[in-house]
Design a protein. Sequence first.
Lengths: 181, 151
Amino acid sequence: MELNENIAGNPPFPGIIHETPGGGIVVSTFDNVINWARSNSLWPLSFATSCCGIEMMSTASAKYDFSRFGFEVARASPRQADVIIIAGTIVNKMAPVLKRLYDQMADPKYVIAMGACAISGGPFFYNTYSVVKGADHIIPVDVYIPGCPPRPEALLHSLIALQEKIKMGMTRDQIRSEFKQ
Amino acid sequence: MTNEEIKTYITAHTPEATFDETGEWLTILVESNHLKPLAAVLRGQPMQLDFLFCLTCVDYKTHLTMVYHLTASSNRNINIVLKANVNNADPIIETVSDLWRTAEFLEREVFEMFGVDFLHHPDLRRLILEEDFNGFPLRKDFEDPINMIKL
């Protein structure tokens, strides 16, 4: 138990064990259990607009395999997806499509901005007529992951960071106000 | 056919054509109104340049130049670059989409990016840009103060 608590990114089941003769009872709250369950079953939307998508596919396939952390299967429908990984440049023509995909996802939904293009428009294409300078101009982003493109390890790190964020159990606004103080 | 033979053959058809052999491939420069008849000649016997592998436009600020790269699927050793100048205030040129079907989409791209008007094109509308886009983004004088920093 103590060892488990020290491993960052792998917190134990939320709650405390109430010892009773012949075993024990786990005492917890519904919110904590729901957040714990949610964080371990995040299905990403198969959405990629450029080269970051190749790294995302690598992360999804056998060598890195993000199913190990609960990102089971990439869904082709936004109605079945919980998290959208924006992997690549968003152009002005793509922006309304991305917004619609996000709106079609069922709550609770999360967004990861993967790579320089999704964060700020990118290292190459930012000074053009067609590129959106950061996906957060269109939809709210939970986790930013820098790189061009980020390595699969970095994407896994961001996915685990998202899990920890969900396990904290606060809304986006609550987190924002907490970090202001 | 050697370059000399090609030049003789083309000069017999279009005496005004000028040639440039400084590049990798033979370049033929013609007036924009002579382009379509010459393209039809190159497409037919005996050269049979049936493969238009690139169609684009270059903005030289004083004028625009349409560039057509041609080769033959039966003989890939022949490569010819066909160029025609058009003025940049009101660029109009005859379409080649009836000779090479691939030109249909390529000309639509040049139409939206450079504003070149292709006469007798079957379906001249935008290919990539949004419907409400203003201006021709690949022209040198294109400005977009909202999205672009002037370098």
